[in-house]
Design a protein around this ligand. Structure first.
Ligand code: 13P
Ligand code: SF4
Length: 315
């Protein structure tokens, strides 16, 4: 669909503001197409963290959710980090409150703590190493211990990691509302209608969904897979925003969003937190240089060690 005159005008204004203020926009694949178009980087959580860590811009605008902006601030504390809507949270991050997690890890003295990047700065500060869905298997395999590994907050990713690595892991019981919303019955019906389509899924999805997947990986992993794979049709189980970049990469292939339980017209999954961002909010946030995201120094000092431990493995 061609962008409207209004969309083009706001996009131009955002580009002018970026230039004038030496700002960059880091956008997640789940953002709307018009936000992806004005972004300097469109990527998964790992790519966003890597770019945030290396950025020399005065202002980093995170077109994503709160934990992503916190991560950028922890990795690059002298930059001003902005998030267009401070209420853009994450059900997965919210499912792991710091006080409860503190008690949880106390019960397993000596166990290393690995946390998925989709968590608060406080949880990162209690971790030995952070991981994303791109590098989780590598991070778990790198840990030398005879104790069980504590993993939080995503129980579905945790179960997938146990299956992939064979490691003894204790899982926090958190989940993502988007990836827990795929309907196996509807996916099977859709597959019957498109028998040549391969089914691919994000590891935040539930085990019965992952069991039928031909490929399991992060958002970037899924995009790379459809690029290198020789098939022509795919049913894609992750947030529907990914289809925009994916389709750009493989314009000749058919990409179908996996259906969720809701019986709406498109029956594809959208993250209500990611979709709180808009071009209008991006423009206002760049113009006013607010809302800014801060991380308290004592928390930052610990959380950065866990993030650096991940980034050192990934470069
Ligand atoms: P990745 O982009 O790391 O695959 O994570 C998906 C996600 O749920 C981000 O919120
Ligand atoms: Fe959080 Fe799920 Fe939304 Fe990602 S898709 S931001 S994990 S609620």
């Amino acid at each position: 669909m061609k962008p409207s005159v209004e969309t083009l005008a706001i996009s131009d204004s955002i580009r002018v503001l970026k230039e004038r203020k030496n700002a960059i926009i880091l956008a997640h694949y789940y953002q709307t197409p018009e936000i992806q178009e004005v972004a300097d980087v469109v990527g998964d959580s790992l790519q966003m963290a890597q770019h945030a860590a290396q950025s020399t811009a005065d202002i980093i605008v995170v077109a994503g959710v709160y934990f992503m902006a916190e991560t950028a601030k922890i990795l690059n504390p002298t930059r001003k980090v902005l998030l267009p809507d401070l209420s853009a949270g994450c059900s997965l991050a919210d499912s792991c409150p710091p006080e409860q997690f503190k008690e949880f890890i106390k019960a397993y003295p000596g166990s290393p703590v690995v946390t998925y990047i989709n968590c608060s700065a406080e949880i990162k500060a209690m971790s030995d190493v952070v991981c994303t869905s791109s590098n989780a298997v590598k991070v778990i395999n790198s840990i030398q211990t005879d104790k069980p590994i504590i993993f939080a907050p995503d129980v579905n990713l945790g179960r997938y990691l146990i299956q992939q690595t064979g490691r003894d892991m204790i899982l926090w019981d958190g989940s993502c509302i988007v990836h827990e919303n795929f309907s196996i019955d509807k996916i099977l019906d859709l597959h019957a209608a498109y028998p040549d389509a391969k089914f691919i899924a994000h590891p935040e999805s539930q085990p019965h969904i992952l069991r039928i997947a031909s490929y399991i990986g992060s958002t970037k992993g899924m995009i790379d897979f459809v690029k290198r794979d020789h098939h022509h049709q795919y049913i894609v189980a992750t947030e529907a925003g990914i289809l925009y970049q994916m389709q750009k990469e493989v314009p000749h292939k058919l990409l179908i969003p996996a259906p969720s339980f809701e019986d709406n017209a498109c029956s594809c999954s959208e993250c209500p937190y990611m979709k709180l961002n808009s071009l209008e909010k991006l423009e206002a946030c760049l113009a006013d240089e607010t809302p800014e995201v801060h991380v308290a120094q004592p928390i930052r000092n610990k959380a950065v060690l866990a993030l650096d431990a991940m980034l050192m493995q990934t470069v």
